[in-house]
Ligand binder design. Sequence first.
Ligand SMILES: Cc1cc2nc3c(=O)[nH]c(=O)nc-3n(C[C@H](O)[C@H](O)[C@H](O)COP(=O)(O)OP(=O)(O)OC[C@H]3O[C@@H](n4cnc5c(N)ncnc54)[C@H](O)[C@@H]3O)c2cc1C
Length: 187
Amino acid sequence: MVGVKVTKVLTDAACLDTGELVASDLTLWTTGVKVSPLAAEAGIAVDERGLIITDATLRSVSHPEIHGIGDAAAVRMAWGQIHGTCQSGLPTAAYTADTVARLLRGKTVAPFRFGYYHQPVSLGRKDAVIQFTNADDTPKRWYLKGSAAVMYKESVSSSPVPMFKMSKHMTVQVRPTKGGRATRTTA
Ligand SMILES: Cc1cc2nc3c(=O)[nH]c(=O)nc-3n(C[C@H](O)[C@H](O)[C@H](O)COP(=O)(O)OP(=O)(O)OC[C@H]3O[C@@H](n4cnc5c(N)ncnc54)[C@H](O)[C@@H]3O)c2cc1C
């Protein structure tokens, strides 16, 4: 369930702001991430959460000389706003590195496009769930669980460091899915 607030956690249920009780045997409380006030305090245009509002090329709408990426940026695709994870942090960073280089050379920049393909979730060291998704982050039919999901998640989580080391010796082009039709028009 998204877009609802939990107002109270009981031993056997979570209480929603609608008054509804959702029964649970175990509640995992994961509501800890808050945006740094730095961008707002610096006078950069931010959304209601404090994320830098970006244009289609991930530049601040109030300060185009500032590029917003990763967890700090409110990045909108045609299907909605991407959320802060490695999955979107890496491509926004790679895109912006290319963008800065292109702008310095006086070249044009195509809008940023991104679509999700999975949501990997570790459940301790010995279990995990990998939910494959559509570009707009809605779940597909396919998922992995158990040891297959653990191996998948481990390879995803450990890939950035070897990729970075490889990139020092050769030109590695990380081009994750652009989301196909779902991202062809940027909102
Ligand atoms: C506990 C936890 C588990 C997570 N697990 C996953 C996961 O399994 N999969 C996944 O995809 N994502 C996960 N995430 C989210 C992921 O870590 C973030 O989406 C990602 O790190 C964002 O990258 P970033 O470069 O935008 O920001 P960050 O990695 O947060 O980098 C921002 C950097 O800016 C520095 N900084 C802050 N303020 C200043 C300042 N004033 N001056 C200079 N430097 C400053 C910080 O020290 C930090 O090094 C997890 C996050 C947390 C907290």
